[in-house]
Design a protein around this ligand. Sequence first.
Ligand code: PEP
Ligand code: MG
Length: 582
Amino acid sequence: MIQGIGASAGIAIGKSFVLPSWEWELPEQRVDVADFAREFERVYEGIRTSKHEIELMKDELRDVVGSEETHIFDAHIAILDDPVFMNEIQGIIQRQYKAAEVAVKEAIDHFVTMFDLLDDDYMKERALDIKDVGNRLLKHLLGAPEITLPSDTLPFILIAKELSPSQLAHINPQNVLGIVTLVGSATSHSAIMARALGIPLVVGVEAKLEEPIQTGQTIIIDGSDGSLYLDPGQHLIARYADLQKVQTEALHQLHSIAGHRPVTPDGKMLELAANISSYKELEVALSSGAHGVGLFRTEFLYMDRNRFPREEEQFEVYRSVAERLEGEPLIIRTLDIGGDKQLDYFNLAEEDNPFLGYRAIRISLDHKELFKTQLRAILRASRFGQVKLMYPLISSVEEVRAANAILAEAKLELEQEGLEFDPEMKVGIMIEVPAAVMIADLLAQEVDFFSIGTNDLVQFTLAVDRMNEEISHLYEPLHPAILRMLTLTVDAAKRNGIKIGVCGELAGDLNALPIWLALDVDELSMSSHSILQVKERLLCTKQEDSRALLPKLLECRTSSDIYNLLRQFADSVPTDGKATAQ
Ligand code: PEP
Ligand code: MG
């Protein structure tokens, strides 16, 4: 058995598919004059193959998304057909005696830089197209294997060095039984997405593997405890298949409480909402009985394409989600890129400490037009449901005021243009930076609600990078410091009469439930996967008992003392089928 980190619960048994990773290795040798014709022909051949491939992709996609969205491929073909592009490549071969692939790479770099420098969004988009199409051409010239998921061995367990959230966004959960990444952590955004999609995930196995996993090996993974078995015997397979069946049945059973009101036996109502990052995830959320969406991570809307989404495109998505929720609350968080969420086309500089760097509200305030486009789209969607707006990574009152000033401008513009919105739309902030906790009383006077982002709050409070598997044992959400942070934040919200929710992963942790009940928070927003389990526990847990537990928790000196007390408490909660019988 290989011990990794369990990052998304569930068992997967199947054949592996190892996602190849490769980097461009360009030939260094010069070519002779006699080789020019051959090098030109190689470029032509690469262009022919690339065009054929693009046509195929276009046809496939047209069936799925309609012809409107496939025009991007026409632009790619036009670049390959453009004589200016070919002239540049030939010029580099002839003048500098460089091989075809080097010439293509240099020509791409040249055009990309040229277009990037222009102060025109349309031209900048062209730079991305050139980069994209150029990479395709390079791939053919270098004979690099296409990275596509296999269709013959479907479904499979995907093995990758690491997976970015945008790669994961493209995965069809129907085809992927489970995922193993060599590096990574349970609190990365990829892990959060895997949980939302219900795909078992084990991360951080690199150091434990004696030899690389090969495509086609049979494997078992258990995403709850992080175990991984390579080439297991029949016995083990049978044991895990049984376990898997039991888990599936338990989940099925849980669905019977999806329609129950989320109320404790002594009458405390705790809204259980879902964290989503796309419309696709909304259906899963609704079938899990989510009471609205407590966190819509909008950055995936930006990651899913090769340019910034326009106001109209964003509006359509926000409106669809709001309408589908039929009046249930929808908290839309403004763009939170940076950290482990990058946009290829935004060219964010490499940083030593990306989570502490240029990200989230800092980028929005620095790129006012980008921010305003999003605010206008959210405002316009606000009249189609109970939409609320939330700013991420707030650390000062100034930031809230600056963001609200841009919001006011956006409202004024819409009014002048005669576009409707809800003038009373509620505005809140994430509390995920220790500074925000310490000034929560001041911040509470500026906004309508708080939502505690425990993922970042834990990493910042404990100074533990949430992506670093070396120190993942130190990432301890039940640390006494966190408990105090939570208490301070909720107190400030209560004293100022504003709503308080929690949307970090701790919200979906069964052990933490008595903490939220004792503190009397209004809403928990979590991965859809956790909602039913939390509801089941909620239906049997008294707020009164949780309140009695809180002083004892606050007296604890260590995380493990807190954990043990919570475990003891959980064991004392009657789980005699009361919840499902209601
Ligand atoms: C958080 O930090 O807890 C949070 C919910 O935001 P994200 O995970 O997207 O950073
Ligand atoms: Mg966060």
